[in-house]
Design a protein around this ligand. Structure first.
Ligand code: MLT
Length: 407
């Protein structure tokens, strides 16, 4: 009989959001008369910006005509999109990123999972806690960790994020090789200041480490001076890869488009000490295993950079931030300490109670789905995350039900 990758046996039985979906589905099946409001997984609810819809229609018409039909595109993405990204998302911030350093893909979840494939197996990892579970689970699958004891895998330096450090961990005392950072943060909604990111870049330079910077929620930053990209930090081109997505920026969770920036001067060593270009390795991996995002979807992504597209995407993030403010205010009125929601679509709530119990309470009594903090790591215990992604009416109803349940 074929043998399995035994590292999979170290994982929890199911992925966090699959686990939640199973519990919610069971509740719905046994209470068909009780409508559920989902503020759990961060999945957008509002339709795509009109500019994206027009771009999709126009690109579909091009595909219907022999003269403009497109077969396989460049695996790294069409030049029109890579150039718009480099110009608007980086050069406009003073960050020197070129179009050929951008790799367009069908999602940041896949990118943050796949990128570690080009690095050695015996790396020392630093991963925040609480954290987007994909960073940890994919490294477990790859065999970079030992077993899990008491909710933590051996072989990972956990970066505790808590009220004491404002949910932004400082670099560890120990030397590590690969560092995962996510700002604005999922799940806490915290943002990192320029000085905090400078400390991470300095640490990475000192230790020859690489930072994987997940900026999927960058479009929600409103506080002036908060960096939108790691490449706003001097020297970051030498030590960081950045991930961005159109999912939360322009409602693409169902359309699928994202990108990864791999600067050409980023270097890594082999076991003999020879230097290799990380850009070349990722390009090799990407062109071998990926055939590009569909032309209509890339046209829709590019439309986000037009003046109308920027205004419409901004209106979308403003709408969700409006929900976030309502959630944070309402939970604050119930005397729960909260963070997030001002520069991120997530509110991180200190419930002071077991997080799965609190999840069950909201599900059973208020028919509201949240995400239990423990699902994001040991430091998430005692917390829940509430997502701002839903209609205004549903958010208001959910908050009224939560208030009635908890008062
Ligand atoms: C989340 O809820 O944490 C995210 O939506 C999950 C994801 O983006 O994959």
């Amino acid at each position: 009989m074929i043998r399995i990758n035994e590292h999979y046996t170290k994982l929890k039985a199911s992925y966090l959001f699959a686990d939640i979906a199973r519990r919610v589905n069971a509740f719905v099946a046994s209470h068909p008369d009780k409508p559920i409001i989902r503020l759990g997984i961060g999945d957008v609810t509002e339709p795509l910006p009109p500019v994206c819809i027009s771009a999709l229609h126009a690109a579909t018409d091009e595909m219907a005509d022999r003269a403009t039909f497109k077969g396989y595109g460049p695996e790294q993405g069409y030049a029109f999109l890579r150039e718009a990204i480099a110009q608007h998302d980086f050069q406009a911030l003073g960050a020197k990123i070129a179009a050929d350093e951008v790799f367009v893909s069908d999602g940041s979840k896949c990118d943050v999972a796949n990128i570690q494939e080009i690095f050695a197996h015996d790396l020392r990892l630093a991963i925040p806690d609480p954290v987007y579970p994909v960073y940890i689970d994919t490294n477990v699958m790859a065999g970079r960790t030992g077993a899990s004891t008491d909710g933590r895998y051996s072989g990972i330096v956990y970066l505790d994020s808590n009220a004491a450090n404002g949910y932004v961990p400082a670099p560890p005392a120990a030397a590590v090789d690969l560092i995962y950072l996510c700002f604005p943060n999922n799940p806490t909604g915290a943002v990192a200041t320029r000085a905090q990111l400078e400390a991470w870049v300095a640490y990475a330079k000192q230790h020859g480490a690489l930072i994987l910077f997940d900026a999927a929620y960058e479009a929600y930053i409103r506080t002036p001076g908060i960096p939108r990209s790691i490449y706003e930090i001097e020297g970051a081109r030498d030590v960081a890869i950045e991930f961005r997505s159109y999912s939360k920026l322009a409602g693409f969770t169902g359309l699928r488009c994202a990108y990864t920036v791999v600067p050409k001067n980023l270097k890594a060593r082999d076991s003999s000490g020879n230097e290799h270009s990380v850009h070349a390795l990722w390009n090799r991996r990407h062109t071998t295993k990926f055939n590009g995002v569909s032309y209509p979807v890339q046209k829709a992504a590019a439309s986000v950079y037009t003046p109308e597209g920027r205004a419409q995407a901004h209106a979308l993030t403003e709408f969700y931030l409006g929900n976030a403010k309502l959630i944070r205010d309402a939970m604050g009125k119930l005397n729960f300490p909260c963070i997030g929601g001002d520069n991120a679509p997530y509110i991180w709530i200190n419930t002071g109670r077991d997080s799965w119990e609190f999840f069950d309470l909201l599900l059973n009594q208020a028919q509201v789905v949240c995400t239990p903090g423990a699902g994001f790591g040991k430091c998430g215990e005692g917390h829940v995350r509430i997502s701002a992604f839903n209609s205004r009416a549903n958010v208001e109803t959910a908050l009224a039900r939560i208030a009635a349940t908890l008062r």
